[in-house]
Design a protein around this ligand. Structure first.
Ligand code: ADP
Ligand code: MG
Length: 457
């Protein structure tokens, strides 16, 4: 692969994750000028771009490069030769574009209804039903026919990226569409917590409770995030009781059962358990394939069945990843202007492929984290209070939980005999951050790559 092809592939990926204006701003006039086994040298037009690429996009760039060239360890940016006038002109244009960028609403914002906060893109028609989500889907259909009276609350739980949000948003959309006079509100527990804090500050907490109590359908996504948020729990308790007595529907989602949500008041746990609990599990092969086919239709992609089968066989744990893999393959196809074939798809998806648990061990996880953050293994494990090891240690705890499925006390033992509550706290913190922070997501992917690669050597 030539430097040009490699950079083209990186740009193709960056383009997917950025808006047009942003992409042009930061990647116009960049190219790979040289490369050896460990490092790639990228020429950029000016110091402004250099700084941004280093600070904001380096991980993502490195990540893309490593998918095609796993040995590469770093990317260096150098300011290339451009005439001074062009720089000046470009800079002011860039500043303008950047400003516009910050003001412009993102695509997704436009899909969100101002009143209900529902995202219009989710519908039951685009939800594929299979053995993993059959019960959750049936329960959703059932409450649509019998709002508030049948299962109240409906509590859906299951791992990340398995379609909980999709399902509850679809329920909200369908109900709102069929019942224009009814009041529907979708919120996430995090957003709700922020709203509660704001209302306390503005002394409008009674108004808030009041408006929530007049809803016909209240959907709270990722309710596990109210763990330890006492004031929010209190509001939810009051609102829940109010809605429940009036036979108004409440729908909740969580990544775990009510009992397993730490620091959740007992009275809330029992309320959450009082309706219908349905799990959203892993999709089986047929469902994964059906989802891929549906996404191809939605996005107008042409991909042959063999490739779809390959993706569906290899990505098993997360529908979001399944979709991500398909997008990645299509980005490749568009760059090279050809239909993807299995042998290429294999390379493209390397970083994505789920590796069975048994292929790693706690030792590999700890070593990968220590290496990644450039700290010593004893520092990571022992009771060192050095500030720079606190976060890597939390990440190690999280990965031991997610990748090896160790219990919280076991993780505590592995990391210098820490208490399991410390471990729970760390896992929660990183999990929560992972869902909102792109850099952390990338960091975790890179560490996982190390964990699994180290085993294959
Ligand atoms: P969760 O809320 O459980 O983390 P999401 O609802 O956000 O997961 O789903 C992740 C992505 O996968 C979304 O883009 C969603 O549309 C898609 N998805 C998940 N399950 C299905 C399904 N059964 N059919 C179609 N798309 C799905
Ligand atoms: Mg969700």
């Amino acid at each position: 692969m030539t430097n040009e092809e490699l950079w083209k592939a990186v740009l193709g990926e960056m383009e997917l994750s950025l808006s047009r204006a942003n992409f042009t701003t930061w990647f116009k006039n960049t190219l790979i000028v040289s490369r050896d086994t460990n490092a790639v040298m990228v020429s950029v037009p000016n110091g402004f771009v250099k700084e941004w690429l280093e600070n904001k996009f380096n991980k993502q760039i490195l990540f893309s490069i490593r998918k095609l060239n796993p040995e590469v360890r770093e990317v260096r940016y150098i300011i290339g030769q451009i005439k001074p006038e062009t720089i000046k002109q470009d800079l002011s244009k860039m500043m303008l574009e950047k400003e516009l960028e910050e003001k412009a609403p993102t695509d997704t914002d436009q899909d969100i209804d101002r009143v209900t906060h529902l995202n219009k893109k989710y519908s039951l028609d685009s939800f594929v039903v299979g053995s993993g989500n059959e019960l959750a889907h049936a329960a959703s259909q059932a409450i649509l026919k019998n709002m508030g009276k049948l299962y109240n609350p409906l509590f859906l739980y299951g791992g990340v990226g398995l379609g909980k949000t999709h399902l509850v948003q679809s329920v909200g959309n369908k109900y709102a569409l069929d019942n224009k006079d009814k009041r529907v509100l979708y919120t996430s527990a995090e957003k709700l917590t922020a709203t509660v804090i704001e209302a306390i500050k503005n002394k409008t907490i009674e108004d808030l409770k009041n408006s929530y109590s007049h809803l016909d359908l209240l959907i709270i996504d990722d309710i596990q995030f109210i763990a330890g948020k006492e004031k929010t729990q209190e509001i939810i308790f009051t609102v829940f009781n109010e809605l429940h007595t009036q036979n108004k529907q409440v729908v909740l989602t969580s990544d775990r059962l009510p009992k397993a949500i730490p620091a959740l008041e007992e009275r809330l746990t029992s309320r959450f358990e009082g309706g219908m609990i349905a799990d959203v599990g892993l999709p089986d092969f047929e469902t994964r394939l059906a989802i891929l086919k549906l996404k191809c239709v939605e996005k107008n992609y042409t991909v042959n069945d063999e490739v779809l089968g390959y993706i569906a066989t290899n990505i098993q744990k997360n529908v979001r990843e399944l979709e991500g893999a398909l997008n990645r393959v299509m980005a490749f196809a568009q760059i090279y202007n050809k239909l993807p074939e299995v042998k290429e798809v294999k390379n493209i998806l390397n970083a994505y492929l789920s590796v069975p648990y048994r292929k790693t061990s706690p030792q590999f996880v700890l070593k990968a984290v220590a290496d990644f953050f450039n700290i010593s293994l004893p520092d990571l494990i022992k009771r060192s209070r050095k500030k720079e090891v606190v976060r890597p240690r939390q990440i190690a705890m999280y990965l031991l939980r997610e990748e090896i499925k160790l219990s919280f006390p076991e993780i505590g033992l592995k990391l210098g005999g820490r208490d399991h509550s410390t471990v729970i706290h760390a896992c929660e913190k990183i999990r929560k951050e992972e869902s909102i922070s792109e850099p952390l997501k990338q960091e975790l992917l890179l560490i996982k790559e190390r964990i699994y690669n180290s085993f294959e050597k």
